[in-house]
Design a protein around this ligand. Structure first.
Ligand code: FES
Length: 79
């Protein structure tokens, strides 16, 4: 299946999380911290730290808790 991340096509396997698919595709930065503009990415991989927060079809949610679907539109998070 395919989804987009900041406009780039990303391939994923059925049942894979967005965080895992993005990591496999080479993306380590999933958001920028709002105060320091520091790069943030997946840390706990189980929905606790919120470091992987992205915008999925207009809604903020952790990439590690987002199951990939065809046509998802994911954008880098800002919080
Ligand atoms: S990596 Fe911690 S919430 Fe996603």
């Amino acid at each position: 299946m395919q989804f987009t991340f900041d406009g780039h096509q990303i391939g994923a396997f059925r049942g894979e999380t967005a965080a895992a698919a993005l990591f496999a595709a080479g993306y380590r930065t999933l958001r920028e911290s709002p105060q320091a503009n520091a790069s943030r990415g997946a840390f706990c991989w189980m929905g606790l730290c919120q470091e992987c927060t992205v915008v999925v079809d207009g809604v903020r949610q952790p990439a590690c808790r987002t199951e990939c679907r065809d046509g998802l539109v994911i954008q880098r998070g800002t919080i």
